[in-house]
Write a protein that binds this ligand. Structure first.
Ligand code: DX5
Ligand code: ZN
Length: 220
């Protein structure tokens, strides 16, 4: 089935000293969404950025700001990320005991709600929240760092989640280790949004890199 694959470069691989310029560059190079990785040094072993940085980059693009919260707890910060200009807010299923409540909170703030699963979490974890979701983000590396290798067992999980989604209007996003080598398998398994950090930013040729990932996905 030919479908339109969206590319969401992760700004984790951007030059943080020139973040506004980098966001404009990926926008002009034709990205679909801008993926923002938020890390707390607690849920994941790295610290990145917070709502003030989301607010600072918001004026630099009109594209979807796809904010991936790798933080626990997430609920106390969701309103701040909404006010900062996020379009999609994704929380981890593993981040707190009340996923259903977190998803309701995101939608109550007028934002699209996403859930992410780390590699070891089975897809059954989200079976009863499907109606509250606009996006499912399958982590294909252990969250915390860019530039890691894609975990092959995740292609089966992507396919299983695609069939769980059925006809529901839920995006299926893959995050971690997406390259021209792995994009085809992700698309074939049913992903429709690919996050690509290092594969987009490497060598500074953002358009060329994203075009290559799109072409590889289309072959999948
Ligand atoms: C990892 C992040 C990813 C990461 C992807 O914790 O959620 O978005 O930046 O980086 P690459 O594409 O380099 O694997
Ligand atoms: Zn991410």
């Amino acid at each position: 089935m030919a479908k339109n694959i969206l590319i969401a470069p992760s700004i984790l691989s951007a030059d943080f000293a020139r973040l506004g310029e980098e966001v404009r560059a990926i926008d002009q190079a034709g990205c679909d969404w801008v993926h923002v990785d938020v890390m707390d040094g607690h849920f994941v072993p790295n610290i990145s950025i917070g709502p003030m940085v989301v607010q600072a980059i918001r004026p630099h693009t009109r594209k979807v700001l796809d904010v991936h919260l790798m933080i626990a707890p997430a609920d106390p910060y969701i309103e701040a990320f909404a006010k900062a200009g996020s379009d999609i807010i994704t929380v981890h299923a593993e981040a707190g005991p009340h996923l259903d409540r977190s998803l309701q909170l995101i939608r109550s703030l007028g934002k699209k709600a996403g859930v992410s699963l780390t590699p070891h979490t089975p897809e059954s974890a989200i079976a009863y929240v499907l109606e509250r979701l606009d996006l499912i983000l399958v982590m294909t590396v252990n969250p915390g760092f860019g530039g890691q290798a894609f975990i092959p067992a995740m292609t089966e999980k992507i396919a299983r989640i695609r069939s769980m989604i059925g006809a529901r209007p839920i995006h299926l996003e893959v995050d971690g280790g997406v390259t021209t080598e792995t994009a085809g398998a992700c698309a074939k398994a049913g992903a429709d949004v690919l996050v690509a950090g290092s594969a987009t930013f490497k060598g500074g040729k953002y358009k060329e890199n994203m075009d290559a990932i799109r072409a590889a996905a289309a072959k999948g």
